[in-house]
Write a protein that binds this ligand. Sequence first.
Ligand code: SF4
Length: 345
Amino acid sequence: MMAREAKLTPVGAADGEMVQIRGLRRTFDLSKPWLNRVIERSSRVSLTAVDGVDFSIREGETYALVGESGSGKSTIAKMVVGLLKPTAGSVTINGTNVWGGKSLDAERQMRRSIQMIFQDPFASLNPRWRVGAIIAEPISAFGLITDAKDRAARVGELLSLVGLDPRDGQKFPHEFSGGQRQRIAIARALASDPKFIVCDEPTSALDVSVQAQVLNLLRDLQQRLGLTYLFISHNLAVVRHVATRVGVLYLGRLVEEAPARELFADPQHPYTKMLLEAVPDIDMEGRERQAIAGEIPNPVNPPSGCHFHPRCPARLPECDQDVPVPQHIGDTTVRCHLFDPPSQP
Ligand code: SF4
């Protein structure tokens, strides 16, 4: 395998960056209660779901995090929006540390400017509330519009914005299809006028025929409202249609990051190549689809060195011992020993 020549460039904040994730880490304690451990003579068990992840998102772009189930992508999403505290590292959005101490006012402002769209539109909408009340809730909670008439008009505007009828605000969530419910969830997310939205597998619970409509809506809204997205997905075919940049996760580590066009045209990391070979041939190029080889190992006891080494067709002698460090090749960052600079004599 030929590796592209590695050219090291400094890592740091650049102009236009809205979100900066630095050294993000999250471990979970899976130990049994103390008494059980004493009786069974077992030790503590911990799982590192996210292991020192760094990336930045520029204003107006869609940054996609991809990986198999258990790669840590949803854990990252929760830490970014403030739902889960990191064990270490920082999340900075528009210069404010999501997990740093801040005034109530700054906290409120930050909560308003970040929203999340969840995978399951059936679970994320309160079934007992009318759609109008669901969408109006963030408007009231942040005190954005106090007059009831004006608030109702804003709800109608938001419903139109996502392609629904303003009169749909009178109905209940169960009266809508899956795709329509996801539109309602998007309208609700837009109600607080956010600039940054985390989309956690927003189309994976929907029929394939509806997925493209929701993705087109998200893209259209991004252009009209100047939104920035963090897009979480296991589906590279979906990511290909929406992403500006892509980060590939494997067992909690970012193994490759690149502009979407480059990643799909010329993937570098052996794991990214494996994922891409398994994507259905949407361009009808006659390419044969290869199944992903092996399974993601148990994250409680991950393989040493490069976590991917037991599945890697290109593995080197050092791969089961040494953790690869990020190497920068133009706009691509890759963590793989194939790209290590030659050692000095
Ligand atoms: Fe394969 Fe080694 Fe690269 Fe890991 S570091 S992806 S095992 S070649």
